[in-house]
Write a protein that binds this ligand. Sequence first.
Ligand code: ARG
Length: 580
Amino acid sequence: MITDELIKALQQAAEALSLSTDNIELEHPADESFGDWSSNLALQQAKQTDSFNNPRELAEALVGELEKILADNQDVEEITVAGAGFINFKLSQQYWLDQLSSLVNQKTQLISQSGKGKQVIVEYSSPNIAKPFTIGHLRSTIIGDALANIFEALGWQVHRDNHLGDWGTQFGKLIYAIKTWGDQEKINSSEQPIKELVRLYVKFHEEAEKNPELDQAGRDWFKKLENGNEEARKLWQWCIELSWQEFNQIYRELDVEFTENDGRGYGESHFEDLMPEVIEILKEKLPESQATANGGYFGQGENGAWLVFFNNDELPPLMILKQDGATLYSTRDLATDYFRLKHYGEPDLVINEVGAEQSLYFKQLYRIETMLGWYQPEQRVHVRHGLYRFADKKMSTRKGNVIWLSEVIKEAKERALELAKGNQPTADLVAIGALKWNDLRSESNRDIVFVWDELLNMKGNSGPYVQYAAVRAQSVRDKAKNQASSLPEQDLNEDELSVIRWLARFSEAVEQAAIDYASHHLAAFLFELAQRFNTFYNRQPIINAETPEQQQIRLAITAATREILTQGLMLLGIKTPEEM
Ligand code: ARG
């Protein structure tokens, strides 16, 4: 790798001037015309030596050394000093031709396998049984799936998990409501059975306001459920199956899958039996007497509930058992992470993709898991997403973020039909691509404004724009009769170079997305690539290039662009249509 060679050369140059060789790094200059790689070595070390008046002088001396060291290196064209003392390396035409050639011939892996041998659990989507699949769950599904793809591409072993909300006292209430007011047959045959279940649940709360005894009845039914009562289990299982009918449809539509527990993920109920053990562990490992050493303790609050208290109130206490001994969301999360520890043999990383509104909760949870010695802080990551805000009047007048997702998808498909010139399969790919891109193109923790016309637009930063660039590249490739695999020696012009340089950054973009748990780095890379390719396409005749050599080079650029755009979109969970 060229970067390894440059770093080695910088180390040798530093040694020659008796400077430290630690922490030598490279980055891309913001302005590409300055060069391809840049080092701030001189700025970093000017203070360590008094032989030079300022960083710039030191940089010039280093360049003198570098020129000697790299004299025979055909890949480096020029080494210059810029600004206060940056050292910039400009790579040669030959280097870029070689890069292009190895891209089209796939001589090296497109994406570095830096994750080989490592295991990550990516938990995403996590909707609740008998509740609507919200926009929040949609965001989690899209973002989590993209992250899982990205880690997988980097060689990690990825476990895709879905932490379904399928347990808790609310199921006691729901069972009571179904038994009292529900008609199972009617619900079974209704178009939207979940809506019916939600209606029953709401009715329970309305009735309970008038008649508080219902709450006890709800609790009783949850006890029965916990104790394995056959009727309770049956109704609960029925709710799960009804919900899965809807979830399956959504996941199919979004082309998203999970790998754990036969593709359904480990829901909260899976950890029911593990919870008592976890409570014992908390009691044993976090006694009040050792609070100082542990950073907190597990103890009883005034009303008898059990909580984890953090030293100096660094975080608010987190309740683990209710006053009546009932378990909670938090109890099940602890059990989940304990299970993961054992089941996967200490995974390197566990990611929860969950809305930003649960940030404090996850801080508390992770802190407890560190206190217990289960995970190091950096092994637990909360990737948070913000809300959708709808510019569309029709949608913004609805309450909360409860929007029936199927309606959003339906509308997207209808609108995409126009972009797809009436071809429905293409429209479907465009619609889903547009929805996903809209979510993935900006930092996930930000709110996103949902504007139909921006989402489904071939101009601006949209899914269809990038898909279209890939389709266009493919159609040029298809028009060309032959494609030689070895490239001719040929001077590259700026439009050509601009695309090749960017193509060569694909792996970096994927890596950066994984490092920051942020797929928007990859989306930004792809958008820039699509733009550069479009400029190149508009200004440089490809099929009608002046010489056969030039045509070959341009076709190679087109092929490589097509490949990387499609692969990059795939990582974001977006498919490229055949035509648009
Ligand atoms: N079911 C939860 C909800 O809808 C999200 C679960 C997130 N994951 C977790 N491990 N707590 O809010």
